[in-house]
Design a binder for this molecule. Sequence first.
Ligand code: PMP
Length: 468
Amino acid sequence: ANSTSTAAGPTSTALFEAARAIIPGGVDSPVRAFGSVGGAPRFIASAGGARVRDAEGRDLVDLVGSWGPALLGHAHPEVVAAVQEAAARGLSFGAPTESETILAELVRDRVPAAERMRFVSTGTEATMTAIRLARGATGRDVVVKFAGCYHGHSDGLLAAAGSGVATGGLPGSAGVPAGITALTIVLPYNDITALQECFAERGSEIAAVIVEPAPANMGIVPPEPGFNEEIRRLTAANGALMIADEVLTGFRVGPAGFWGLEAIDGWSTDLPDGGAGVAPSWPGADWRERAAWVPDLLTFGKVIGGGMPLAAVGGRADVMDLLAPIGPVYQAGTLSGNPLATAAGIATLRLADDAVYASVASASARIQAVVSEALTAEGVAHRVQRSGSLFSIMLGADAAERGVRDFGQAQAQETHWFPPFFHTFLNAGVALPPSVFEAWFVSAAHGAPEIEAIAAAAPTAARAAAMA
Ligand code: PMP
């Protein structure tokens, strides 16, 4: 047999061309299309641990992690087994299962402010439901969000959004009625004065402030000390709700998400080592007395489903109980709480113990160090920004000098340095997130071999950025 013909399936480029003929842009989610870095995206054939295998059969060290879910690494054997066992019992019933209660209890053990939960299939649905609940609870219509925060693609939340909206340089989205975005007030992130002025002017109209408690969709922009607390104080004082969107950070930066890290553990960028040394902990029985801030509602996604379509909205029992069928706020889903998804979520949360968080944190710190050292050696001005173990690298002299504290500063990076940096890494077998506005996702499966591969590729990638 001809040994070359056995491995030769269609290349990623050919697959992308075929996809583009039938799927808009060839992708089901825009940032996958490599729009801001150029070239054809890698089509993925399989994945395991810290690596993905592309259509060409090349193994890549993966720093995308399915955009967050793969905390344990891809295809963790125990998670896969749990899904296979669930699949053998049936794919979907449209009726309640015990798994939903078990998963809800696992979440509440970690984030006790989630007194009640409802499972949905995507983060978009979770934040959309949280907003509807806040409006139903308060009888008010206006929602406050921050520029550069991304909360999914529901109409009212697409104003000045991060993630793919930022990558595409879009102000928002066509197809969103002006009457809907008129109900969304967009404020600069980390600006306590703007928030105070907004409440002073319109406090009685505001149903909720929604925030990523540690924004990760304009790159990582950590909250300045006291910012989340001030959101809590102002919302409570004005009869509005605080919605903490932990779709990305939840169960990733620690067992209790960013809420646990900041409100319970006292993590802060003001700490001597930039907060890197704070080990995430569990909230404990006295969490309510200890917490610096407690949101009314929280949203979760990504890690909670371990790679399956699952997300949740949780929070105060009195607010959550406004949901149908017991309350007047309607929300539903044919596949909500799907048994395969809850099986993956249960297995993932049970496996995500202190050792997992310690391992993610130490791999993340090593990766930050080797990449930053390479950039420094090539004279590429940059700053590593982190919120717990989550990080991204901001490019440019301004970012290096003063750091990036809001969306305007994130957009002022030397974004054109990123594509050659990205492609040089990719050619060397390391897949970064294909946008400078995204977090780098490290998993518990990233070990010495992956860190070595990243360290080996970093100098040439840094040189490519220096020459851009
Ligand atoms: N909120 C945040 C903070 C997110 O990062 C995301 C997705 N990146 C979402 C909401 C939307 O989740 P999904 O893509 O599952 O709809």
